[in-house]
Design a protein around this ligand. Structure first.
Ligand code: BTN
Length: 318
C-alpha cells in the first residue's frame, strides 16, 4: 500500500486530497493516515494541509526495494530484491539465497554492512546510507574458467554508468578496482558456486563509495561526493548501474567474452604500464600487455617471457 500511495503522490506533484487517495485505493481515511505516518517514519516528508490534502515534499536517499523496483526498467535484474538496513555482508545472504534456488537477477541490498568483505581477505568499509552495497545472483551459461569476465563486465558497467549519468570518467585497475583520479571509488568481489564444468550460480558483489565524507576515507580512496562536489542520489545511480549491467550481460551472452574485453580495454589503467603483481605468493614485475579471452592479465617480464596472471594484486608503477 505504501508503494501505491507514493506513486499517487509522486504523480501529482501537488496536494492530493485524503478523500481522493482513500477512494482510489479503497482504504479508509484512518488507514491512509496510518500509512502516511509509516512513510514519514521511513523519512518521507509529507505535508498535510487541512482542506488541501497531502503533498510529497521530499523522499529520503534510501535504497528501499519498492523505490528501486519502481523505476528499474530491466528485464530480469532486480525483479526480486532483498533489502536490509544492516547485514553482516550482502555476499553471505546472496550465497545462501543462491543455494536455495533464487532466480538469476536476484539482488541483495544493504544500507550498511557490519562485516563487508573485499578481495584477498580485506575488509570493505560500509557506513550506513553512504555507499551502495549490493550482491547480485547470476546464473550464466558459461564455463567456470570464463567467470572472471563477469567481474570485468561489472567493472565496465560501473564506468559506463558513471559516464552516462554523472559525466564522470573512471578507470579500471585490473581486474576490478574502479578508480577516479587514481583513487579507488568502487570494488567488485565475485564468488561462485560451481562444479568442474558447470556454474550453478555466481554472486557479484559491488561496493561503491557515494556520499562518504572525506575524513572517513583512506588517503588512497575517494567517493563520488568528493569527486563531483555534491551528493549523488544513490537510487538513481543504482538503477543506472543495474540497467547497464543487464545490457552488458545480454551482450556477453550474444557475442561472447571478446566484446566485453574490448570495452574493458577502453577503461584500462593497467594496460601498457609497468606493474608489480603479488601472485600466488610470488612477486612479478613487468609490462602489462593485454588481457586474454578469459580476462587474465598478460605480463611481459623483463626477461621477455610472457606470464599469464588470473588473480592477484596489481600495483601500477607511475
Ligand atoms: C574489493 O575491492 O576488494 C571488493 C570489494 C567488494 C565489496 C562489496 S560491498 C557489497 C558486497 N558485500 C561484501 O561483503 N562485499 C561486497
Amino acid at each position: 500500500m505504501k508503494e501505491k500511495i507514493l506513486e499517487l503522490l509522486n504523480k501529482k506533484h501537488d496536494y492530493l486530497s485524503g478523500d481522493q487517495i482513500s477512494r482510489h485505493l479503497g482504504i479508509s481515511r484512518q488507514g491512509l493516515w496510518k500509512h502516511i505516518q509509516e512513510l514519514k517514519d521511513l523519512g518521507y516528508e509529507i505535508e498535510a494541509v487541512p482542506h488541501l490534502g497531502y503533498r510529497l515534499a521530499s523522499a529520503p536517499d534510501r535504497l528501499f526495494d519498492f523505490e528501486v523496483s519502481r523505476s528499474l526498467h530491466t528485464k530480469f535484474i532486480g525483479k526480486k530484491i532483498f533489502y536490509f538496513d544492516y547485514l553482516s555482508s550482502t555476499m553471505d545472504l546472496a550465497m545462501q539465497k543462491g543455494m536455495q534456488g533464487a532466480p538469476s537477477g536476484t539482488l541483495v541490498l544493504a544500507e550498511a554492512q557490519v562485516r563487508g568483505r573485499g578481495r584477498l581477505g580485506r575488509e570493505w568499509f560500509s557506513p550506513k546510507y553512504k555507499g551502495i552495497y549490493l550482491s547480485l545472483i547470476l546464473r550464466p551459461d558459461i564455463a567456470p574458467a570464463s567467470c572472471p569476465v563477469l567481474t570485468l563486465m561489472s567493472a565496465v558497467s560501473i564506468c559506463e554508468a558513471f559516464k552516462s549519468l554523472l559525466h564522470l570518467e573512471a578507470q579500471i585497475k585490473w581486474p576490478n578496482d574502479i578508480l577516479v583520479n587514481h583513487k579507488k571509488i568502487a570494488g567488485i568481489l565475485t564468488e561462485m558456486n560451481a562444479e568442474m564444468d558447470k556454474v550453478n550460480f555466481v554472486v557479484i558483489g559491488i561496493g561503491l563509495n557515494v556520499n562518504n565524507d572525506k575524513k572517513s576515507l583512506l588517503p588512497q580512496a575517494t567517493a563520488l561526493k568528493q569527486e563531483l562536489g555534491q551528493e549523488v542520489r544513490r537510487v538513481v545511480l543504482l538503477e543506472e548501474i543495474l540497467r547497464t549491467l543487464e545490457n552488458n550481460y545480454f551482450l556477453l551472452q550474444e557475442k561472447g567474452t571478446e566484446e566485453i574485453i574490448n570495452k574493458w580495454r577502453n577503461f584500462a589503467l593497467t594496460l601498457g604500464s609497468r606493474v608489480k603483481v603479488d601472485y600466488q605468493g610470488k612477486h612479478i614485475e613487468g609490462q602489462a600487455v593485454d588481457l586474454d579471452s578469459d580476462g587474465a592479465l598478460l605480463i611481459r617480464k623483463d626477461s621477455g617471457l610472457m606470464q599469464k596472471i588470473s588473480s592477484g594484486d596489481v600495483t601500477t608503477c607511475r
